[in-house]
Each structure stands twice: as structure tokens, then as C-alpha cells.
Design a protein around this ligand. Sequence first.
Ligand SMILES: Cc1cc2nc3c(=O)[nH]c(=O)nc-3n(C[C@H](O)[C@H](O)[C@H](O)COP(=O)(O)OP(=O)(O)OC[C@H]3O[C@@H](n4cnc5c(N)ncnc54)[C@H](O)[C@@H]3O)c2cc1C
Length: 474
Amino acid sequence: MIPLPDFLLVELRALLGAEHVIDGGDALEGLSKDFFWYSPVLRRQLEGKRADLAVRPGSIDELRAVIRACFRAGVPIVPRGAGTGNYGQCVPLYGGVVVDFARLDRIHSVEGGVVRAEAGARLGTIEAVARASGWELRCIPSTWVKSTIGGFFCGGSGGIGSITWGGINAGDNVKSVTVMSCEEEPRLIRLEERDSIRALHTYGTTGFMVEVEMRLAPKANYEQLIFSSRDWGRLLDWTDLAARNDAWHKRLVTQFEWPIPSYFKPLAKHLKSDEHASFLLVSRDQADEVIASASAAGLNGVYRQPLSDPPRPPFITDYTWNHTTLWALKADPSITYLQSGFGTNFRDQFAELHRRFPGEILFHLEWMAGGIKFVAGGGPSSAGSHIVVAGIPLVFFKSEERLAEIILVCSEIGVGIANPHTFFLEEGGRHPNIAEKRALKAEVDRAGLLNPGKMKSFPVNPFEPALSGDVPRR
Ligand SMILES: Cc1cc2nc3c(=O)[nH]c(=O)nc-3n(C[C@H](O)[C@H](O)[C@H](O)COP(=O)(O)OP(=O)(O)OC[C@H]3O[C@@H](n4cnc5c(N)ncnc54)[C@H](O)[C@@H]3O)c2cc1C
């Protein structure tokens, strides 16, 4: 790590008040981490990384002053939401200053089906506010209670609601984002509609997101349902049909291979031993019809619970998306995971992976809408959209080489992998617009101070020489 200049701590305390500058202890340790430890590879690479300071600006003007001070000092600056990312996105690789958005959390408005909020606003709070006005967020991660709208935009991809609305980057889900540049005189730059996608999933390397506008969906009341069966194929056939049934309004369609359900300890009294399970959130007024359909298909209905409004636990979403991996890790720390997208031949792909890696992979499937086209000013149009089977399979970790082999075989058989075992933006998923993202970074962070080292194809990283012992440029 490169020592920070002494004057910076003094200056930041004067700007924000000492209580909003954290310069040591467990608090700083916590603000330097996210959930990278899901990955044994990232655990090895990132365990000792830590910021020198963390700050909590309380207004856009304070944020601007912090950026100006850090820019002049030439130190690494890493934006942070709730720190629930999985790939070490907000872990500072070279020390420096973490900018925590916890106090930049105002929800400005929910109007005309659009929420406008500061980047540090929690999705759970936005959901409650939106629901009070007859709306709901279109897609949220399973960490929705805690994570921030800015962190989701910069570090997430999709989740609950994606069965209807696709990922965060689909269609017109994002209306605009406003970023603050990292330079001597920080500027505000507003990116609208599809242009905003340039700043999406860029790990805080393309400016400080200060405000996000997301389109909402009309709110629905939901029933939380779980079905199970000893017969994986029977459950898969029904769940796949349910996912593709346009007449049923859904917010979640998930299937787990046994023994994954055994990891969900709080649900133990509902789940049957040796039975694979599917979790669905469906419109309450269609729940009876869905249950009757599942029963006719020979499935066991094992759980039914309305989702309260405003939302209060229990949430079955707490077991889905990447929460599944968390429950698995609690049960067996040797487990890790992949993020995958299957083809229309998903049944063959599952069979092939089981054949090649017997006992090493457990399937956790998430259905979502892909290729969504939107009608202007309206909802998702079924024309052009299709349902795809994605998932976060669990892997019993043997070695980094074996993990790489599984990823290779996946790509050979047409299973798309967004590798969760790398902190490099470009290696973690598909970025067909990486050149545009790089260009945005060049526009807002010419000096390369923003979360340095994460966008590996960006040519400027003033801290990299420090790794080889040279004196870094300031
Ligand atoms: C149990 C578990 C379940 C999860 N489930 C899902 C899921 O269903 N779907 C999903 O997509 N993800 C999921 N994730 C990952 C993560 O929770 C989400 O992506 C979440 O939205 C991240 O929000 P955050 O506020 O915690 O962001 P952080 O982790 O704090 O930040 C994420 C990235 O965004 C950057 N960033 C944050 N705020 C700003 C800002 N204001 N300006 C610029 N850059 C910023 C950070 O530098 C970092 O690179 C899961 C993680 C866990 C641990």
C-alpha cells in the first residue's frame, strides 16, 4: 500500500466532520470488504486488502469536495454502497479512500412510474416507498433489503422480477443516471435511456453515481409458494412451463436440486428430505390456479405464505439468487459457485455436466426474461422476449485448476459463464460495450484514480508500479 499524505486526513475531517472520517479499526476493515470470500480464488487474492480511510459525505457538495481533495492528493478512490458485491468490486486494491454512500440516500420522488433517488438509497426502502404509491421495483437482487440502488447499478445484474422484466440492463428499466467525474473540478454528467448503460456494471470505475432514475412496475400482491418432488425431471418440466406461462404474473421462478433445500435451515419444517424444490412468487389472485396446476403435475405443495405489503419477513427470496450460495456456504464451507446461462438444450447441458463432474455440481436454476423488447411508454412486450434458464450452480471446490476446468467444459457445451472468481470487470461477464465503458472512464477519470485495477483494459493505472516496488506517480 502507498502511504497517504498526512494533510488529506486533516482536510477530509475539516470537510466532513471527524465522525464521518474513519481511519482505522474494525469499521475501516469492514468498509474495505464485500462478499468476495464466496470465492476461494478471490479470498486468496483479496484477503489482506484494505483502505487507508473511509468517508461518508452527506451531500453532493460534500462529495464534490471529497473528490477534489482526493484528486489533488492523487490517491485511489473507491465508491461503496452497502458492500454486498460478490467479486471484490469495492475492495481497494491499492489502499486509498473508500467513499461510502450511506448518507447519500434520499429518495427524491416516485412519480409517473419512475423513482428518482440518490445512489446510496437502499432498494428495500425504495420498494416500500414505491409500493405505498402503487408501484414496485421491476428487478431487485436478493440482497434488496440492504443493498443500494447505485451499488446494484454498478455491481449487480438482475434478480427478483427478472422473470418478467429481465436484468437491470434490459429494455427501458433504467431511465437515467447522473455521475460525478473525478477531476480537479468534478462535473455532473447525466446519461439518459440506453446511453446510461455505458455506466452499468462498471464497478465504480466510470464516475461516482450520484442519482439514478429507474422505471417501476405497477405493484402486485404476491403469494410465496414452494413445490417439491423427488423427481427432478417432473419438477423441471412443470417449473419451466410455469416460467413460460405468460398468463401467470410472476416475480420469481427458481428450482433447486436436492440437497440444496437441506441448507435452508429456517425452512426445514416445510421441506421434505430428498426432494428437489421450486420457489415461486406469483400474483396472489392466481395462486390457487398455480397450486392446482402443480398438484395435477404430481408435485407436493409444501409452502404457501402471502408476501406482506409493506414487505416484512419471511421472504422466500432470502433463499434464491445468490442467497442460495450463502446458505450453502454456511452448511459446507467447501462449496463455491458459478453464474451460468443455459441454452434451449438445458436438459442436455445439465446431464452432460453431471456426467463430466459427478457429485461436484448441484443445480440452482433461475428463470428470467431475455431479449426483452418494450413498447414505448408501456410494459414488456411478449413479442421478441423469451424466457431463458440461468442459474447459480453450486460447486464443491477441489482446486482452482478444477474450477477452471469446469468453466472450460461449460463453454465447450454452450453454457455461458459470468465468472464470479475474478475482480476484473472484463473477465467477469459479457461486456459487448466495453469500448464505450472505457471511453466513459477516459471522459470522467483520466487520471485513473477510480477503483484502480478493476477495469484492466483501461491504459492508465498510476498505482500499478507500486506492485513492482517502483515509486508511484502522484
Ligand atoms: C447473499 C447475496 C445475494 C446476492 N444476490 C444478488 C442478486 O440476486 N442479483 C445481483 O445482481 N446481485 C446479487 N448480489 C450481489 C450484490 O448484493 C448486488 O449486486 C447489490 O445490488 C450490490 O449493491 P451494494 O449497494 O451492496 O453495492 P456494493 O457492493 O457496495 O458496490 C458494488 C459496486 O458498485 C460500486 N458502487 C457502489 N455505489 C456506487 C456509486 N454511488 N457510484 C459508483 N460506483 C458505486 C462499488 O465500487 C462496487 O464496485 C448478491 C450478493 C450477496 C452477498
